[in-house]
Design a protein around this ligand. Sequence first.
Ligand SMILES: Nc1nc2c(c(=O)[nH]1)N[C@H]1C(S)=C(S)[C@@H](COP(=O)(O)OP(=O)(O)OC[C@H]3O[C@@H](n4cnc5c(=O)[nH]c(N)nc54)[C@H](O)[C@@H]3O)O[C@H]1N2
Ligand SMILES: Nc1nc2c(c(=O)[nH]1)N[C@H]1C(S)=C(S)[C@@H](COP(=O)(O)OP(=O)(O)OC[C@H]3O[C@@H](n4cnc5c(=O)[nH]c(N)nc54)[C@H](O)[C@@H]3O)O[C@H]1N2
Ligand code: SF4
Ligand SMILES: [Mo]
Length: 703
Amino acid sequence: MTSGTPDLGSQLAKIKGAKVIKSFCYTCPWQCPTEVFVRDGKVVYHKGNPESPNNIGSRCAKGMASWYVTQDPDRLKFPLLRTNAKGGPGQFKRVSWDEAFAFIADKLKHIKDKWGPEAVAFTCHHDPNSHFYWHLLRDLYGSPNMYTHTSGCEQDRRAACLTLFGHVFPMHDFANSRYVMLWGMNMLGANQGLWESRALMEAKNKGCKLVVVDPNFTETAQKADEWVPIQPGTDGAMALAMCRVIIDDNLYDSDFVNKYCEGFAGFRDHVRDKGYTPQWAEPICGIPAATITRLAREFASTKPAMSAIFKGSGYYTNGADAGRACYILDAITGELDKPGNLHLKDWAPLAPAVNIPEDAKGKATKPPLHIAMGYPLAPDLPNARLPNAVINADPYPVKALFVQSTNPVMSDPNRDAVQEMFKQLELAVTCEIYMSETALESDIVLPETSFYEHAEIRQGMWLGPEVVLCQPAVAPPGEAKPAYEIVKGIAQKMGWGQYFPYEKWEDWGELMMKDIPMSLAELKQKGFWAGPIRYHRVPEGLATPSTKVEIYSKAYADAGFDPYPVYRERSVKPDAQYPLQVTHSKFSMHCNIVTQNNPYLMEICGENWVEINTLDAQKYGIQDDSYVVVESPKDQIKIKAKVVEGLVPGCVSIRHGHGFGHWAMGTHAKGKGAHSNNLMDSYTNPITGANCYNECKVRVRPA
Ligand SMILES: Nc1nc2c(c(=O)[nH]1)N[C@H]1C(S)=C(S)[C@@H](COP(=O)(O)OP(=O)(O)OC[C@H]3O[C@@H](n4cnc5c(=O)[nH]c(N)nc54)[C@H](O)[C@@H]3O)O[C@H]1N2
Ligand SMILES: Nc1nc2c(c(=O)[nH]1)N[C@H]1C(S)=C(S)[C@@H](COP(=O)(O)OP(=O)(O)OC[C@H]3O[C@@H](n4cnc5c(=O)[nH]c(N)nc54)[C@H](O)[C@@H]3O)O[C@H]1N2
Ligand code: SF4
Ligand SMILES: [Mo]
């Protein structure tokens, strides 16, 4: 629904006396600002906040269906303590919050005494209010191991952005672009910000050329001017060959590279010395040399332009340098942080919600896990290596894991290893809204509130600096609590209650907003604060060690890696026994492992499937819409097959999100679809620590 469109739903809700609460949706990580209409304690209607630049009033199907979470009888309602031995699905008894807090505090004290604070790690996905846990476990307790699940997500992209641009999460200024090249980034399927998807299509309507490089003919590829059906795991070769053409044809921006880039001359020699030509790349990528040459020339001579990645070029052991190479296209053409480019957004100056005095801070005696594991360049924990730390005390013992809003048993590669890890942990605490597969492996399960039931103030995912707010709209189910109350409860049992003095969420909300030019009261009325969009930050100096775009990375050289991106083959390639390459992709109608207990979304998309090309389907006797067995050297699954034309022959695309016991207690999710994460082993990108879900070969046969 856009502003200006007659909005009968909201008029009706107002007539019927509903209260309107400004909030945001957190069904997927893009947190669209919303208006939630509440009457008699129930969500009766909700829509996008029409004033917000993030979604301009619109929402996606997942967001629209998300109100169900407030009434889902399968939600966790009480703290649950495990009563049976670890190693099988948990049996639990209801305990009071007081007992739960005391149990956790006792274990934490014991673990710190025996193993040190670094034996406790924390991980999360959507990180709803996770910073409260960090104040407790990092600042006071002293663990350096506060992580998120990024290695399962955009870890390669994040590492490339940090290395080259000193920026953790650039946005995309599609609206002003005239040439957009997306490497495996499915904006219109697995949507990122709704404003980004809209801006991309509006730019296209104004004549922007959209090129999608992806083995799969995705929703975005279907809307593109050109689909480049690349062989999986070979983006690095194509991007480096494009760089070579741009350099050899003198199409690079010499002023920009001289002033603002570190190591351009060395890079020019590097791509020549290594022989990275389109002719070299053709047999690797399966893309004709003439096409690579033409795309390079088009890209470099159309301005403004953007070459962007998300996870498509990642998920392989060679994904780190592939990502760097795709972004170096932006750097050498001088297409960075100007209108229409990759955008090095400013962050809002949000202050901490909790201030722990220096003299109260706990001290770690060991380095953070990612450093100790040998991944100094990893922007987050290489979480496929965490089972090894827990099971083998390598690099040092890890005894406790807090898991909030993430489901590693379902989401990380090699489910066997993840389950074994949970078996070995002395303390596994899962903070969830459902009895997830990970909760089932835990010692204690804490019911958290959903974004309809708690407050949160966070950075907005828009071009300018932005703050977005969600506010409690309805009461939580049972005794579910928000993270800020859970942390306060544990802290009190640890003897640290005085550091969490807030009585209501507005108390910490005021603290967070102190440097934002908007009061908390105004934020509650409006739902967001947005500052001005700025461009042209490169000449001001970037947050890299040299303050320039680091095409040459000294950090890489110091860590023993190639300072310039190189192309190497990935680790696992199909062979005679397992002739098909696995790739993964997401559903437009679901988000990850979050939405499969929603009956409305399950009605549209009730199970996941594997896509296979017509030629391969013929070869292996696979019928469309029939069930097949997908078998890797490690495991096998039974899953529905979709026979498609638009997929590079020789690879399959497994749609992610359903399957396994998922959720153990979710009526609508249980038993639907198949879970592919035990097909692959625990491959980790050697530079960034990213999970390599696509390092996996399979064979397929009718079930
Ligand atoms: N509707 C919906 N929206 C979502 C999500 C969701 O589950 N559903 N999830 C959210 C999250 S957590 C994320 S991280 C983003 C994900 O956003 P995307 O990364 O855009 O989503 P994926 O579907 O995982 O896309 C991966 C794409 O990479 C392609 N690919 C695989 N191998 C290669 C390769 O070697 N080279 C290239 N060029 N492409 C390759 C796949 O075919 C697939 O199209 O979306 C977010 N938004
Ligand atoms: N095979 C394969 N594996 C993948 C992917 C893939 O494409 N293929 N995608 C990867 C990507 S990009 C990502 S981002 C990860 C995502 O994997 P995870 O990090 O596991 O995150 P999600 O799947 O988003 O959500 C996990 C849990 O959060 C819970 N949850 C939802 N809302 C809340 C809340 O408000 N509070 C709390 N406490 N819990 C909540 C849900 O019940 C769910 O169990 O998976 C990765 N794994
Ligand atoms: S894009 Fe994400 S945050 Fe926005 S409405 Fe959809 S699910 Fe919610
Ligand atoms: Mo993700």
